[in-house]
Design a protein around this ligand. Structure first.
Ligand code: FAD
Length: 470
């Protein structure tokens, strides 16, 4: 790291703050005494889409940003790899070259005896295409993009705890090399300090949790599973969603709230998976097994039944499966807040930003990085501590303006589709109505205009204003 002050005592760990108030540091824990101490303007924990986006925008805005990522670049991440137009819009804002990535033209929806093609519409703010990119590649590309813009990217480095002042303000992190090869700049336990710390560490939100920001179990939580398959349809131009997830024998059991997907990612592969959601999170969901009305859900079994209904043209045979079926949780509808307080910002999954409408979180992760960077840069231009705090507090307000009302509607949506009979009505009767489906697709994919737009956009704008922001 370029800006080392190592080795240092606790006294020198006080941040040389261009951004936040220079609060006195509490003595560091015994374990920290005598450690190396590094400083930066901003620390970003995690180099997934949220962390990479924040790091890129911060670096472009001229801030000294250190990104600490516990894994090596090119690590796998359990995901559907789908990028809707709202994610593409963020990638365009970051100037990422996506010319070689797999493109798609819209959604093909199958369910209740219907087959519907809904192309992504070109709108004033959104492109008319989506993308798919395996996360091993997407995350590597984004992290390298941030590093090229000037972010100091340190991989193989785990953040183990926040460093706080006596009053509880987060002013840094404790970091150590991960089990794998660490970055040569951080080969021993190190304290990194900065006036602003960003938790972009994903669903585990380790830093936020350690700082006392816990998950709100009254907000929805999803679970999703996915596997890769070699497929003759790996270059299909549509993202296919198949809605009927049965929790027992097809047609004779309940429909689960969720959908299965077949998303071509190129290179001969299709990402195949399914996700389901519960309006309240609970321990039953967190380990990869979910529950509705108290009954445990065996996702592997649901996946098997769902796959049996997929046409053979996709080639989903055991021989074609690449790697294992893996699962992970989807933290939804701002289930961890506040998104900024006391020197600590939460981005992406760490802030529970997955959409309760469709289970996607990459667009929101990228957006949160951009909005956070904007607030931090504005704070750095303020001359008083109070002014800097006010500027940092713009970040949660900006998030709320973008997604607050929308996510409140999403919570209502989840509590409705949790009823199997509602899910059944939607798939049987909703899919048959093309105009309704265009509106629904805008709503479900966050493809609606916040200002202006067509009648469908106006309707969604009105609905999101009628409800309290999440
Ligand atoms: C099965 C499944 C399918 C999905 N499909 C889609 C989809 O198709 N489209 C979509 O938009 N969304 C999808 N999602 C959601 C999406 O994966 C997440 O919303 C997205 O990854 C959030 O990005 P993030 O940067 O916040 O977190 P992550 O991508 O989880 O990145 C967090 C990073 O932080 C690092 N980290 C964590 N803790 C530490 C630490 N202590 N120290 C240092 N580094 C740390 C991790 O190694 C990781 O690299 C899916 C999720 C699942 C589970």
């Amino acid at each position: 790291m370029a800006r080392s002050t190592a080795p240092a005592s606790a006294a020198t760990a006080a941040p040389d703050a261009p951004v936040a108030p220079p609060a006195p540091l509490a003595p560091l824990s015994t374990a920290s005494q005598g450690r190396r101490v590094e400083t930066a303007d901003v620390i970003v924990v995690g180099a997934g889409p949220a962390g990479a986006s924040a790091a890129y925008h911060l670096a472009v805005l001229g801030l000294d940003v250190v990104v600490l990522e516990r894994q090596e670049l090119g690590r796998d991440k359990v995901c559907g790899d789908g990028l809707t137009p709202s994610a593409v819009r963020e990638l365009v804002r970051m100037g990422v070259d996506t010319s070689s990535w797999q493109r798609n033209t819209g959604l093909r929806v199958v369910g209740g005896g219907h087959l519907l093609h809904v192309p992504w519409p070109e709108t004033p703010t959104l492109p008319s295409y989506g993308l798919a990119r395996r996360r091993a590649e997407l995350d590597r590309d984004l992290a390298e993009h941030a590093a090229k813009a000037g972010a100091r990217l340190l991989t193989g480095v785990s953040v183990t705890a926040p460093v706080t002042t006596r009053s509880g303000r987060v002013v840094g992190v404790e970091a150590r090399p991960s089990a794998r090869a660490a970055h040569p700049c951080l080969t021993s336990p190190t304290t990194v300090t900065a006036p602003v710390v960003i938790d972009a560490g994903g669903v585990s939100a380790r830093l936020a949790t350690a700082a006392g920001r816990l998950r709100d179990s009254a907000r929805p939580l999803g679970v999703a599973v996915r596997a890769y398959f070699r497929s003759p349809r790996a270059d299909d131009a549509w993202m296919e969603s198949r809605l009927e997830l049965w929790d027992g024998p097809p047609g004779r059991s309940d429909l689960l709230p969720g959908y299965g997907w077949l998303w071509p990612v190129g290179d001969g592969l299709v990402n195949v998976g399914l996700g389901s959601v519960s309006s309240r999170s609970s321990s039953r969901l967190s380990s990869g097994a979910g529950s509705r009305a108290g009954a445990r859900i065996d996702y592997k079994a649901v996946f098997g039944r769902w796959m049996a209904a997929v046409p053979p043209s996709w080639g989903l045979t055991p021989d074609n499966q690449v790697g294992r079926l893996a699962s992970a949780a989807l933290p939804m509808a701002f289930n961890r807040k506040p998104h900024y307080a006391e020197g600590l910002m939460l981005l992406g999954d760490a802030g529970g930003m997955v959409s309760p409408f469709n289970g996607e979180g990459i667009a929101q992760a990228l957006m949160s990085g951009r909005l956070a960077a904007e607030s931090v840069a504005q704070a750095s231009a303020r001359s008083t501590a109070a002014g800097r705090e006010q500027a940092l507090a713009q970040y949660p307000l900006a998030l709320r303006a973008e997604l607050g009302g929308y996510y409140t509607l999403g919570r209502v949506f989840v509590s409705l589709i949790e009823h199997p009979e509602v899910m059944r009505l939607c798939t049987r009767h909703g899919l048959g109505r093309k105009h309704l489906m265009r509106l629904v697709t805008k709503l479900l994919s966050d493809g609606w205009e916040r200002r202006g737009g067509d009648a469908a956009d106006h309707l969604i704008q009105t609905l999101t204003r009628m409800v309290p922001a999440a």
